[in-house]
Design a binder for this molecule. Sequence first.
Ligand code: ATP
Ligand code: MG
Length: 467
Amino acid sequence: MLKIAPVVDELGARFAAAGHEIALVGGPVRDILLGRGSKDLDFATSARPDAVERLLAGWADHVWDIGKAFGTIGCQKDDWVLEITTYRSESYDPTSRKPEVAYGDSLQGDLARRDFAMNAMAVMLPSHQFVDLYGGLEDVANKVIRTPGSPEDSFSDDPLRMMRAARFAAQLGFTPDPAVVTAMKEMAERITIVSAERVRDELIKLVCAPYPRIGLDLLVSTGIADHVLPELPALRLELDEHHRHKDVYEHSLTVLEQAIDLEPRLGVELPDFVVRFAALIHDIGKPKTRRFEDGNKVTFHHHDVVGAKLAKKRMKALRFSNEQIDQVGKLVELHLRFHGYGTGEWTDSAVRRYVRDAGDLLSRLHVLTRADSTTRNRRKAEALRTAYDDLEKRIERLQEQEELDSIRPDLDGNQIMQLLGIAAGREVGEAYKFLMELRMDEGPLGEEVAGQKLLEWWSTRSPATGS
Ligand code: ATP
Ligand code: MG
């Protein structure tokens, strides 16, 4: 609280002077209690959006309209990003996908419509009076996710809250109250009335959280996953009586966790949804392709290709971007390719094809393939790791070589002959060599500069005749 006090107090004073109430609410209050600082702050106010805009102008660095129709104005002040929303008292149509918004007139009313007690706390401004009507502080202390009222009523108002419970469990490592879990089980099917976009956004947050396994297990065990990502529960393939067949679901969660551990290798902004989601669903082609051969041998031929198709179809239904769909689809399709590598049997051309097919997904494919080894046999795991190290080294060596091989001088033979006014012959070769050295030393210079340098070189080499 101390760190954010100046910006919060200034805002509180400004609103109070204009006769409005304002309070810090929701996520930031919960996060302060958890010691998780963030630069994003949410506020609730009695002021209507037009008044909020006027009060922010002249104080904030930028002000923008996040959803004025829903009462939310955003602004930036120094490093802080603030979202200020007019008090709401939402009314829900149980059959509709979107909550209807109505403005409310009290902080209490606004807090009453929030999803969980831990998200329904507020700090009034400028007094710093702490408001906790539903025992949110106790829930944070006990790491429990509870609804302010009955979970059935709450989830009936907005079924997305069931997914939010799983998302917060994954983000915070909290445990949903047994009544919340019961309601999730009973009402799982209601998630189908929520728009795909809202479901997708919660799924992304869940997968990108520190403990996605907790959230995913909750979605699967309550039956919500059967509606939003049915391919995931389908991975719990029956174990045979000798437990000879690995449980693909368990394997997939482990691969996801191993991918998270390897993620820092990617050199992109973390967390990376694409590599995580690909890790989670890389084997979703297995249930459809499972065959029992000779009574006890099980195979999953072409589960990579089938899985890629299923992945794309599911992601399309969940309204993911085409880029994300293509990326995850390609990773799923390529996740088995390395298995032909053995102990280094690939030709250079097979290595080149691997690199070309992965394209800009290469480093993600490295992470996925390395993560996809969950054998308990240490020697086997070590052999796979060594083989992949070897492949990465070969890729590096080939790339270096090929970059060098593809370097050409800035001018070609014809241009040299034209510029120097000479015919094909030994001197053209010498000029070419000079330009190649120049290119190596100084990088690409462009035709004009390279031409000038060539002429200089030519004049010192064979002094101008002047005639
Ligand atoms: P974070 O921003 O870290 O993901 P958050 O708690 O701020 O977490 P948001 O999704 O940003 O979560 O929502 C902001 C606040 O709005 C929540 O803390 C909660 O009080 C309220 N809220 C959001 N979505 C709902 C919902 N579907 N039903 C009820 N209240 C909600
Ligand atoms: Mg938030």
